[in-house]
Design a protein around this ligand. Structure first.
Ligand code: TRP
Length: 344
């Protein structure tokens, strides 16, 4: 196993992570996040959440949001997230997230939110037109984590700042109210050293917002679709190098070899050694076969689940019940600390 798929030793506690239902799951989600989550289930209590409340911080077509919510859940299950041992649920099904987020809106300082680079990136030049939800997005994420007193949060590098903010919020809440309600959660950075880049441009992250339809391999792609995309992947005129150092300045070659290494659970060094001197055309055939072998069964299971939405919905309902059972007492603890009059 590569470091990307092995849980770190010494890690114990409760894990929470989330994926936004804002489009189709792709290879980057699978190799960077999902595969990691699956490995973490072995030793840790895990909660995995489809974060639909986060999705609507930017406009989502309602029908598409509904479809994507089920599809992300199906993708998690098909990738190996086990609803029997992990808690798999939809964020909006557990109102405690939004309720705690409100309290955190009153704990976090504007100065803290103003430093969040994701807001700056997403709002762009037209800040005035961004939703208020996008601005307080990190407070909701803090609530996702802290409403379960999660201790470890697997996230991509781009979300590390939000987990640090979560720690600041936890600390300030505990200090302000003179309590010790929240632990300070640790980010667990996913797929370190293994960023999956666009197939068309090795300098851009693989993402659903890539302009070319051939840039990104989706978990829903057919074998033929995967083959077409890999065939069209950008390369350079030289054969593959015989050392990792030889990938210097060859971002596309490095990306394809990284993907191969991740899919076959070997190191980049091993992948380079295996294909040293190959032409891209030969290597692409191997890469396609490998990708189809790994993604084919996931794709088939997603399809099976999407054809039976009632099964997905039942799994998510059970997950929401389990999540609520953990979250409700924590929210009660928070409300008491704040001084809210008990409702009953
Ligand atoms: N903000 C995360 C992302 O964009 C998704 C997310 C929402 C999340 N809530 C979370 C991740 C809680 C980890 C923990 O990828």
């Amino acid at each position: 196993m590569t470091s990307g798929s092995t849980p770190r030793t010494g890690l114990s506690g409760r894990i929470l992570s989330g994926i936004k239902p804002t489009g189709d799951l792709h290879l980057g989600n699978y190799l960077g996040a999902l595969r990691n989550w699956v490995a973490m289930q072995k030793g840790y209590e895990c909660l995995f959440c489809v974060v639909d409340l986060h999705a609507i911080t930017v406009w989502q077509e309602p029908k598409e949001l509904l479809r994507a919510t089920r599809e992300v859940a199906a993708g998690m299950i098909a990738s190996g997230v086990d609803p029997a041992s992990s808690t798999l649920f939809v964020q909006s099904h557990v109102p405690a997230h939004a309720q705690l987020a409100w309290v955190f809106n009153c704990v976090a300082r504007l100065g803290w939110l103003n430093r969040m680079t994701q807001f700056k990136d997403k709002a762009g030049k037209n800040r005035e037109a961004a939703s208020a939800g996008l601005y307080v997005y990190p407070n909701l994420m803090a609530a996702d984590i802290l409403v379960y007193k999660a201790t470890h949060v697997p996230v991509g590098e781009d979300q590390k700042q939000h987990v640090e903010l979560t720690r600041d919020i936890a600390q300030k809440f505990n200090n302000d109210f003179g309590v010790n309600v929240f632990p300070l959660p640790e980010p667990v950075i996913e797929g370190a050293g293994m960023r999956i880049m666009s197939l068309r441009d090795g300098s851009r992250k693989m993402s659903k917002s890539e302009p070319s339809e051939f840039a990104c391999i989706y978990l829903t792609d057919t074998a033929d679709g995967i083959s077409q995309k890999i065939k069209r992947a950008t390369t350079d005129p030289n054969p593959l190098p015989d050392s990792v150092a030889g990938l210097e300045g060859r971002a596309e070659a490095a990306n394809l070899l990284n993907i191969y290494a991740a899919l076959t659970d070997c190191t980049l060094e091993q992948a380079v050694a295996e294909h040293a001197g190959s032409q891209f055309s030969q290597f692409k055939v191997r890469l396609t076969d490998t990708a189809v072998a790994v993604l084919g069964p996931i794709n088939a299971e997603m399809k099976r689940l999407m054809d039976d939405p009632a099964e997905i919905d039942l799994i998510l309902k059970r997950g929401a019940d389990k999540a609520t059972a953990i979250a409700a007492p924590v929210l009660a603890e928070v409300y008491k600390a704040v001084g809210f009059l008990p409702a009953s």
